[in-house]
Structures are given as C-alpha cells and as structure tokens.
Design a protein around this ligand. Structure first.
Ligand code: PLP
Length: 437
C-alpha cells in the first residue's frame, strides 16, 4: 500500500486508523456515504502542486513561457477556476469547452482554440469572445477564419498546427503528430509551407507561431526534441516567406504513472529536454528564441483524481477467473476498453489489508469489454466494499457517456478534511431532459 500511495495516489492520500483510504483529509468511506458511488474525488493539493510544478520547471529553464491546460482532460467550472487561480491558460477543442472556460470566468486572452474540424459557429464564438489564439488545422479553416475575423472587424492571432512526422511510441489511437494523421499541416508534403504563405497573406489573421502535439501519453523526451528540430528547421526555412516565429507551442502528452511499475519522466525532465532543444536549435539556426507554450492535460488532473466504486456481484468461474462487478465502468471510464489502459485498484474500506486474491474488476455496462482492471490483487471482497482506482482524473469523467442510460457520477473536490461537490450526480430527469416525446 505504501508503494501505491507514493506512486499513483494523490499526494495527500494516506490510510487512517480504521484502515480506510483518506484523500485530502477526507475518509473515502465517509465520502461514499455522503455522496454515493460511483464518485470521483479530486485532491485540491495535488492539482495545485501539479500546476506549480509545470510553471516552476518550465520557467526555471526558459525565459518566456506559458502553461496552458488542455481542458479535454477534464473540464468542470470549479476545477477550471482553481487552475486559473494557479496561473494556467486554457486550451479548448470545442464550443462546449469554450462555454465552460467562459462560465469559469477565465481571461479570454489566455484561451487557445484547437480542433481539426472547427465549425463556423465555433470560430465566431471564439473570435467574438476574443480568444488569444486560434490554432489552425486545415485549409478550409484558414479561409473560414479569415471571413469570420473580417466580419467581426478583428485581427485574430493564430498558430499553425504542423505535423512534424514524429512517432511518440504510444497507442495508435492517441498518436497525432505522424504524417498519416487527421491533425495538422504536414511539413514533409509542403502543405505546412503553403499554410504559412496563406496565413501571412490573410488580412485578418496574424500568424504568431507554430504548434505541434505528438500524442499521449509520451513516456520519452526524445520525440519532443525530434519534433522541435524538424519544426524549427521548417520555421527557419519559412523566414524568407516572412514568418517571424514568436511562439513555439509543443502541445501536451506528458505521461503519468497509472500503475506502480510505470516510470514517466519528471516534469523537470520534459522541461529540460524541451527548453534545451529549443534554445540550442534557435542558436544554431539563428532564430530569435520564441515564447514557449506547453499544453499539459493528463499530467495536471490525472494524478489528482480517484474513482470510487461499490462492489456488487461476484462470479467465480472455476479454473478461469473471478469477476468482481462494481457500480460504474465504461460509462465513466472508457480508457481500458478504448486503449487497453491499465489501473491499480485498492479496497478503500480495508486499505491496510494485504492482497489475498487475483480478480477481474468488471463494470456494470452491457458490454463484455467493460472491464476496469483485468488483473487486480485485492483482499477478499464482499458486496458493499469500496474499490478505489487512482490516477483517474484525466479522460475519465471527460469521456463519460450515458450508455445504458446510466447517470454520470458525482464529483467532489477535497482538501483540508472537507469535501465540496463540484458536479452533482445526474438524475433520470437529466437523462431524459432533451428527449422530445
Ligand atoms: C489532447 C491535447 C493536449 C493534452 O494532452 P495530454 O496528454 O492530456 O497532456 C494538448 N494539446 C492538444 C492540441 C491536444 O489535442
């Protein structure tokens, strides 16, 4: 347990004298009684520590930099306010996420709009509100944004998302910066160069820099270096077209530990590799060092979140395996089914007990693929026990669905021994509210 607390649980996690898991000073058993399960518990201290670590490690190594939170990892108004307090910017990929950051009252100039197929309406909403940057992903969007900005009588600052053709060695579904990807203008084909010329010729767009996002999670620093070499060499060639590289945005993808054996680089190692490569390449190419932007999503919220479920049915198939079913699953965490993601699990109401059996933790959704943890080592569980999955803050609630018309879980923010509800559990009425009978 000590090893798990150190590697995958939020930094405040402990086990109390009753043998219960405690996060942010709150006994998880008490939380489950107050708010029900499935429940997502976010640790305020871990969230703040992650923001500060990113800012500190990048700022210590590079003169001018900004950390922008990728909202798609988890967007909730209370959480966004907390991250804004810590000084992060916000990267959104849809009109819905744009509405969330607006509702959180963040400074529009710190907002980046991404997406490979932004609608005209999304562009109008973004330009109308005055977002800091729109990150251009394709040729249609370049002409559409030029029109939208002209109508709004604005000059919109933009970045171009390039695809440098670098494989970050992660799951094929989360690889985004290779040549065969729906995202970005490929450098190798000359399309990125064409996009630079078009953007520079646009009267209502001001091209301030370049962006890439390679994929996620990336457990190595090498891909960032390689992508920087390719992209900066491209920026250098584009100088004669008139490109002045004012900003270099290296995307996100910073890995976290989901299981005790995973060893992601420290934030400092990513920051070191990125800033060293950026400084070194700029020096050798004779480029003015641009402002550096990074866009962590997973690495900010992932380690802060713990999912809590209640054990129900148990099915032992002699000689095969034992299924322990819980009251959530792929509706609130689709990552195991989608990417073969792996998690640790503990019994939160008996966190001090050593494991005594190997079971498969199944969800309650009507899919055989709805398995949360294929190989969990747990003390013998009974119905009513609580199972906690750490590292569940990113891409779990944000990818949640209402499959099987399951209400999506409640979420609490914990700190200093108190818990605040930041999203209530959905009701059946919520599920049916948009139906038109
Ligand atoms: C998803 C995404 C990110 C964040 O990725 P993480 O793995 O959560 O850090 C950053 N930038 C862009 C453009 C993205 O699409």
């Amino acid at each position: 347990m000590q090893e798990l607390l150190r590697t995958v649980f939020p930094s405040t996690a402990t086990v109390n004298a009753r043998g219960h898991l405690v996060v942010g000073g709150c006994d998880v058993v008490d939380l489950s009684m107050e708010f029900g399960t499935p429940l997502y518990v976010f640790d305020e201290q871990t969230l703040r520590e992650r923001c500060r670590e990113f800012l500190r490690e990048f700022q210590a190594r590079y003169r001018e930099c900004q950390v922008v939170y990728a909202c798609k990892a988890f967007a909730n108004v209370a959480l966004l306010r907390l991250l804004a307090e810590e000084g992060l910017g916000f990267d959104v990929v849809s009109g819905g996420e744009l509405a969330a950051v607006r509702a959180a009252g963040v400074d529009s100039r710190l907002v980046y709009l991404h997406g490979n197929n932004k609608s005209r309406q999304e562009l109008e909403e973004a330009v109308g509100w005055g977002v800091g940057r729109v990150v251009m992903d394709n040729f249609q969007e370049l002409s559409m944004l030029e029109e939208v900005a002209a109508e709004a009588r604005r000059v919109q600052e933009v970045l171009l998302r390039v695809s440098p053709g670098v494989d970050p060695h992660t799951h094929v579904h989360t690889t985004t910066g290779v040549l065969d990807s729906k995202f970005g203008f490929p450098i190798a084909t000359g399309q990125a160069g064409e996009a630079v010329r078009l953007a520079l010729a646009s009267r209502h767009l001001r091209l301030v820099g370049l962006h890439f996002h390679l994929g996620s999670p990336i457990f190595e620093t090498g891909p960032y270096r390689e992508a920087l070499r390719i992209t900066l060499a491209f920026a250098s060639r584009m100088r004669e077209e008139g490109l002045a590289l004012g900003e270099m945005n290296v995307g996100g993808g910073f890995a976290i530990a989901y299981t005790r054996d995973q060893k992601p680089p420290a934030v400092a190692e990513y920051a070191e590799a990125i800033s060293e490569e950026l400084v070194g390449q700029c020096r050798s190419l004779g480029l003015e060092p641009p402002r550096l932007t990074s866009e962590p999503g997973r690495a900010i919220v992932g380690p802060a979140g713990v999912a809590v479920y209640t054990v129900g049915a148990r099915k032992a198939i002699p000689g095969v395996r034992t299924y322990v079913s819980v009251d959530g699953g792929m509706g609130d965490n689709i990552r195991p089914a989608l990417y073969d993601a792996t998690y640790e699990a503990v019994v939160a109401n008996r966190a001090g007990q050593p494991p005594s059996e190997r079971v498969t933790i199944a969800g309650k959704f009507c899919e055989s693929g709805d398995i949360l943890v294929r190989e969990a080592h747990l003390p013998a569980t009974q119905p009513g026990d609580l199972i906690a999955l750490p590292a569940a803050g990113a891409y779990c609630p944000s990818m949640a669905s209402n499959y099987n018309l399951a209400p999506r879980p409640a979420m609490v923010l914990v700190g200093g021994g108190s818990a605040r509800l930041i999203r209530r559990r959905e009701t059946y009425q919520d599920l049916l509210a948009a139906d038109v009978p």
